[in-house]
Design a protein around this ligand. Sequence first.
Ligand code: PLP
Length: 386
Amino acid sequence: MNLYFDNAATSYPKPEEVHAAVQRYGLECGASAGRGAYRQARQAGDIIAIARARLARLFNAPDPERVIFTLNCTDALNLAIKGLVRPGGHVVYTAMEHNSVLRPLRKLVEAGAITTTRVPADHEGRIDPRNVILAMRPETCLVAVVHASNVSGTLQPVEEIAPECRRRGIPLLLDAAQSAGHVPIDVTAMGVDLLAAPGHKGLLGPLGTGVLIVRPGLELDTLREGGTGSRSEEDRQPDFWPDRHEAGSHNLPGISGLSAGVDWLLSRGVAALRRREEELMRLVLSELPHLPGVSLYGPTDVARRVGVFSFRIEGMDPLELGRRLDDDFGVKVRSGLHCAPAAHRALGTFPDGTVRASLGHFHEEADVAALLSAVERLTTVCRAGC
Ligand SMILES: Cc1ncc(COP(=O)(O)O)c(C=O)c1O
């Protein structure tokens, strides 16, 4: 039984192929890429090139050289935001953003570099695209939108925002932390200029991996500079991609595993995985919101959400609820504010937060049934005086 329901934090379990790829790299290669002409160094370069090509294919990005490996999604978002904004610029973002967008923006605002406009969300965590468009100004240099909320699972209407960004020449940054690998994403068709994703959640790679995919023609300032193994005679950072944004030795064990995770997704198809997740979501939605004393936050229509469910039981603190789900039933969930305080304000669950159960690619009906039965048992305990 798989009672790990914290896939929104990082996915578990990962496919066997991911562990095998990490091990194979360590045992059979072990070298750093782009820093030697010997066989293993070239092999390491090939591992990275294959991973880039697979990621470009998964998201239909036209140029694999514009797939930048990062430490995680936070690092990708920092590179996108700080690489793009210029003094005097204005950024539009939403109330559903994670701290990995809120905090870099806050820092830039406090430094007097930029101004921002926060677009509100409704009680289900949904943004009205008209409000995003109304917030755009002549000096707007970035629109940042979280594709799926890590609190309520709400999907945002990116398709309705992107054309207006394109018309005005404003880059659109999509935080795909909760959608990459779970929802089909075609950056070209959707008109996404920058896509930030963790490698370690829905893409099934190891922790310590992430990607930023950038539309050809869009230039970014660097977040850090250093050795790239290229143009080593110059003390200036190379201006070509991907080297420009990948200073220092790569996380090759991580990238090897991520590449295997993406291959696993490509072979199954994200659309098919999404249909499967929709079935499990329907199971959750048919019961969880109807349990006595349970409040579920976020859409009840599967088309408008991903498998991230935030809920509370009346009379029980979310921290206590999370602890009891594990102690009494072995169910692993995440309690609190999930690094998204503004989202909790929008949903009316600030400051205590919620308990969050998030689905993974390996869950079965029986796992979801066990989660629902554990919550039901705790509602009974609560009604008897918790
Ligand atoms: C919506 C969202 N954005 C960004 C992040 C940051 O991802 P990472 O942990 O890979 O830095 C998360 C992580 O939970 C997230 O849910």
